[in-house]
Design a protein around this ligand. Structure first.
Ligand code: NI
Length: 179
């Protein structure tokens, strides 16, 4: 078990385009340790997702979902626990929808971010098996957010209305009061 330091916005390692994981490196202790560090770090921070670049690992690996309600997003639907390697995202419609996002690399803040409402995502799971899912809503938002980390994008750079950007405890005092 290893809870790693989460890099914060301003760290240039968050701006890199991550490398694809070669399939032959997936069944290795190195990869198992990388996944465990991601899981431990996400759990310690109660994150909805975490991307390898956020712990300084320059690889196309994201994890998201917990199979249960996330205390940082108590109203969000449950997303299955997923490891997604070398992802490809394809929008299934042109519609964009704005919704609140936060990021462990941008602590204390939330912003309204337009995202595709419906997407298909493909990639590999932790065993190297193909993942191919079509999803919408919050699930689609989380995947787009996490995969953006793999191309060096943090959510503020996707925002179109900077008046909808602020501190958690100001925007959502009811949540801050509850914890
Ligand atoms: Ni993030």
């Amino acid at each position: 078990m290893s809870v790693r330091t989460i890099l914060k916005m301003g760290d240039e390692r968050l701006l890199r385009v991550a490398q694809a994981v070669p399939p032959h490196r997936m069944a290795t202790p190195w990869f198992a340790e990388l996944l465990q560090d991601l899981r431990d770090t996400m759990a310690a921070a109660s994150g909805a997702g975490l991307a390898a670049p956020q712990i300084g690992e320059d690889w196309q690996v994201v994890i998201f979902g917990s199979g249960q309600i996330n205390p940082r997003y108590p109203d969000a639907p449950i997303i299955p626990t997923t490891v997604l390697v070398n992802p490809i995202i394809t929008p299934l419609a042109d519609d964009l929808e704005a919704g609140w996002e936060g990021c462990l690399s941008v602590p204390g803040l939330r912003g309204q971010v337009p995202r595709f409402v419906r997407i298909r995502y493909q990639g590999l799971d932790e065993h190297g098996q193909a993942i191919d899912r079509s999803v919408d809503g919050f699930h689609a938002r989380v995947v787009q957010h996490e995969c953006d980390h793999l191309i060096g994008r943090l959510y503020p750079t996707r925002m179109t209305d900077m008046t909808q950007f602020g501190f958690n405890e100001v925007l959502f005092p009811e949540l801050a009061a509850g914890r």
